[in-house]
Design a protein around this ligand. Structure first.
Ligand code: AMP
Ligand code: FE
Ligand code: FE
Ligand code: ZN
Length: 293
């Protein structure tokens, strides 16, 4: 089995890239991808651990896309097989992370105004070298006893519509896909069910639109994806002849109900998903060499 969606402490996961590869190896996974939010800083360590421990490792990233979706839906774009040496990718990600820092300051100000004592220094320390996100804020609130769980921190303060919520600066879908392509990667729509369209027909329409601007494929397996939805996506990928991927979205202890490889328990992404994806990427690379290095 494989797992092509996971986070390290370079974003909001709890494990180091090396620990992720060690865990993959002990679970007998044959291929794993590191897909941290807005950063590829963990990729070199991840690749090195992969070759040392004999696990196939895929360099990746996960980008939040600014777009309109129903019912608080969200769109995330995975870049898989990206070149971590791409300067264009690095500078865009640096910009996004700088914007995350600004947003973090605003979240702190909002919390302070609500009488919650958190400082920017504490937050920077919590995030370490990682890309700062709301989960880091949530962890501090739990530690300080302001709330009793990460979930409560979101429900009371940090979720969209709650008093300390702040939007983050995001790329639009054209720019997200272009950036991934310029770095030589495949643009894969993450967890399509979380776009929250009420019907599969609308999900399909949206995917067709994204295909027109260069989307290479989408995740067909994911921890919380309903089985029927997954079957529809498998059929759609076959129909369109596009790439298909799958993974748990493992965050280690920071999302403790999701396990690497097996998700909520019944996830199982077959090895052939990796083989097909890799072949798809190789064919793409041959016809569309990476530019802008
Ligand atoms: P950020 O990138 O700072 O917007 O944080 C996004 C992360 O926060 C996601 O990857 C989730 O892990 C977590 N998250 C977002 N919304 C919620 C929510 N309503 N409840 C729990 N966790 C959430
Ligand atoms: Fe996350
Ligand atoms: Fe995501
Ligand atoms: Zn993710």
């Amino acid at each position: 089995m494989i797992d092509l969606h996971m986070h390290s402490h370079f974003s909001d996961g709890s494990h180091s890239p090396t620990q992720l590869v060690q865990e993959a190896r002990s679970l007998g996974l044959t291929a794993v991808a590191l897909t941290d939010h807005d950063t590829i800083d963990g990729v070199p360590e991840f690749m090195e651990a992969g070759s040392r421990l004999g696990v196939t490792t895929v360099p990746g990233v996960e980008i939040s896309v600014d777009t309109k979706l129903p019912n608080n839906g969200h769109m995330h774009m995975l870049g898989l097989f990206i070149d971590p040496g791409s300067r264009k990718l690095k500078s865009t990600l640096d910009y996004l992370r700088e914007q995350r820092n600004r947003r973090a300051e605003k979240i702190i100000r909002k919390l302070n105004r609500l009488g919650v004592p958190v400082t920017l220094e504490e937050l920077l320390e919590e995030a370490g070298e990682g890309s700062i996100g709301r989960p880091h804020v949530a962890k501090i609130l739990v530690r300080k006893g302001v709330v009793t769980s990460i979930q409560e921190a979101f429900d009371v303060y940090l979720a969209k519509g709650k008093p300390a919520y702040m939007d983050k600066v995001k790329l639009n879908e054209v720019d997200a896909i272009r950036m991934i392509h310029e770095a030589g990667g495949l643009a894969i729509l993450a967890h399509p069910h979380l776009m929250n369209y009420p019907t599969f027909r609308e999900t399909r329409e949206r995917i067709l639109q994204l295909r027109e601007i260069g989307l290479d494929g989408f995740e067909i397996y994911y921890s919380t994806m309903p089985a029927a939805f997954s079957r529809e996506l498998i059929r759609l990928a076959r129909e369109l002849g596009c790439a298909a991927s799958g993974g748990s979205d493992y965050h280690g202890a920071n999302k403790d109900n999701i396990r690497m490889g097996s998700g909520l328990g019944d996830l199982a992404v077959p090895d052939e998903v990796y083989d097909r994806l890799k072949a798809f990427w190789e064919a793409r690379t041959a016809e569309r060499p990476a530019v802008g290095k």
